[in-house]
Design a protein around this ligand. Structure first.
Ligand code: GDG
Length: 563
């Protein structure tokens, strides 16, 4: 069982919620972490807990086979082969959104609806596909959806990741519009919407996560009580109308999303581009750009920008408790000579992350700076992702080939310029690398937010490192003024910023990093959730007031806008 990271309590930040959706108020909120109004139902593709079978040596058999009674011990499902027994283990949330939301759903005794992708998931659920989690505390209900292989291939690897992902990241040429993918996307969205309506009541707050559920909000809106609130956070960019026009079924996507009462993006630009798309492609909708609302089909959707943060306190804490022996072991394993300066890149192997461009800049850096050969090592940790999709497979090959080529060009008997690993590293190792790296290069061609940049800052507890950050990430809005800004496609420019980072005075590194740390702590994940819930609260309370008024007046429902 993996260790669960929990949100620790943080000081409450002042907040400003403005009518135009651009900021937060200084109104005090709850002092004990984020709290959601109503009863919370979270909907996400990935689940917070996954049950898996694990084969272990059977101690009974190994010690005295004659003792066996043929029945599997409690908590196991019997042996799979001689000398082994099968038990069920649980993976728990270890980072990001799931770890952040888990304690909130626990506190509200809520429900979480997600795809059950663990091989033992349905061995532990009841006849409604529900299981109480966390395993020992049973604080809330996890409702799992059992998706067929065909459904996953079309809904997840198809419309979600072959259409919406490239579209929203501005790569329309990479869209693969395969037959049936959209229909499966609709079917799976319907399955999620049906599950929501089984759990929803008139005080429910339904909070959907990400681009896997563009159609579900309207379906949910039509099946849950009017007083329930439907909210959605879109974690990836929203494209310009020029790009969005390439979206197959684009009208359905917009209509689906306008089933939400609240729709959140990371930054203002994505909000504006969404409103422009609605204005252009859904003529019957009324867009109020100043107040960031859309009136469509008798309802109002408020669109807000709330940049997501990380659990800064836990990255800070875990970086401080880094075990020096563990770091030395890691460096030995990677063959990194002692006392070289370290650069770090950490990304999913995704064409949006700008890894080949980063490698080209590293090559340019070593060309221009022969003195740094043998003195600077770049660790590139890349996590393979969506390898079922050929574009990703090819991208991985391209990255691996480039690393090999650059290493051959510059390597010496005891040094490699780039240490490349695709291993999934434990959280402690990630924190140790973050803390130890002298410079981190975050160079996406486009990225909704980018959590890695913020994690690096939170873990840079010694304050003596530097962040190179692409101006095409959402995170650049928060960190751009004190990071070293890069245009990821400008090979010379990135190489020059790397030289600059390695030659910064200790004083400049400290003041830059300390300011970045302030920003990351001020806008951490807890603060993000509080802001989301403040918006939801305004809408939820407004709709409940209006509901009782409309019951009295038998009038049609008009949502009350937040102040
Ligand atoms: C999407 C949007 C937006 C990576 N390798 C390991 C590991 N990781 C963790 C990192 C980080 C996460 O994965 C990656 O998060 P990012 O934000 O960088 O990127 P996406 O996965 O593309 O996320 C993005 C995000 O959603 C949230 O809204 O910021 O823009 O694309 O947390 O630490 N963690 C561990 N071992 C690894 O090997 N433990």
């Amino acid at each position: 069982m993996r260790v669960t990271e929990r949100l620790s309590s943080m000081a409450v930040h002042s907040r400003q919620l403005r009518a135009d959706g651009r900021g937060r108020t200084d109104e005090a909120s709850a002092d004990n972490g984020p709290s959601c109004p109503g009863s919370l139902i979270v909907v996400s593709n990935r689940q917070p807990y996954r049950h898996e079978y694990e084969d272990e040596p059977d101690p009974a058999q190994m010690s005295d086979p004659a003792d066996r009674d043929g029945d599997p011990p409690a908590g196991t499902d019997g042996g799979t082969q001689t000398g082994t027994q099968r038990s069920i283990t649980v993976d728990e949330p270890t980072g990001g959104l799931t770890a952040g939301l888990d304690p909130v759903v626990q506190a509200t005794d809520g429900t979480w609806i997600a795809w059950g992708d663990g091989d033992a998931d349905f061995a532990v659920t009841d006849d409604r596909n529900c299981v109480a989690v966390p395993p020992d505390e049973e604080a809330y209900t996890l409702r799992r959806l059992d998706l067929s292989e065909e459904a996953v291939d079309s809904y997840y690897y198809g419309f979600s990741n072959r259409v919406l992902w490239p579209l929203c990241h501005g790569f329309p040429d990479l869209i693969e519009d395969r037959t049936d993918d959209f229909e499966w996307y609709r079917t799976v969205n319907e399955q999620f919407a049906d599950a929501v309506s089984e759990h929803a009541d008139d005080d429910s707050v339904i909070w959907l996560q990400d681009y896997h559920f563009a159609l579900a909000p309207r379906m949910i809106r039509e099946s849950v009580p009017d007083s329930a609130t439907v909210a959605h956070f879109w974690h990836i960019p929203w494209p310009t109308p020029e790009t969005f026009q390439h979206c197959p079924a684009g009208g359905h996507i917009l209509e689906g999303l306008l089933g939400n009462d609240l729709l959140g993006f990371h930054i203002d630009r994505y909000v504006d581009q969404f409103l422009q798309c609605v204005n252009r492609f859904l003529p019957s909708a009324t867009v109020d750009f100043a107040h960031r609302t859309v009136r469509y089909d008798g309802r109002t959707t408020r669109v807000v920008a709330t940049p997501m943060g990380v659990d800064a306190e836990s990255y800070d804490r875990d970086a401080r408790s880094t075990d020096p022996d563990r770091l030395s072991a890691l460096f030995e394993e990677y063959g990194i000579p002692e006392n070289t300066k370290i650069g770090l890149g950490l990304d999913r192997l995704d064409y949006s992350k700008g890894i080949p461009e980063r490698l080209a800049a590293l090559e340019r850096f070593f060309e221009r700076n022969p003195d740094w050969r043998g003195e600077f090592t770049f660790i590139q940790k890349a996590t393979p992702s969506r390898t079922e999709i050929e574009t990703y497979e090819r991208y991985g090959e391209q990255v691996r080939n480039e690393v090999q080529r650059i290493n051959r060009r510059f390597e010496t008997a005891d040094w490699q310029p780039i240490v490349y690993t695709e291993d999934v590293l434990p959280h402690e190792d990630i924190c140790a690398l973050y803390r130890h790296a002298d410079v981190m290069v975050v160079s996406p061609l486009i990225d909704g937010m980018n959590l890695v940049a913020q994690e690096y800052v939170a873990a840079s507890v010694d304050g003596d490192s530097a962040l190179l950050l692409s101006d095409r990430t959402g995170a650049h809005e928060r960190l751009g003024s004190h990071a070293l800004t890069i245009d990821p496609t400008d090979t010379d420019g990135v190489a020059a910023q790397l030289e600059h980072a390695l030659s910064l005075s200790a004083y400049e590194r400290q003041w830059r990093m300390n300011t970045l740390r302030q920003r990351v702590f001020d806008g951490d994940i807890e603060s993000w959730m509080e802001t989301q819930f403040d918006w939801i609260r305004r809408i939820h309370d407004g709709s409940r007031t209006t509901e009782s008024q409309s019951e009295r007046n038998s009038d049609s429902r008009e949502p009350t806008p937040p102040a």
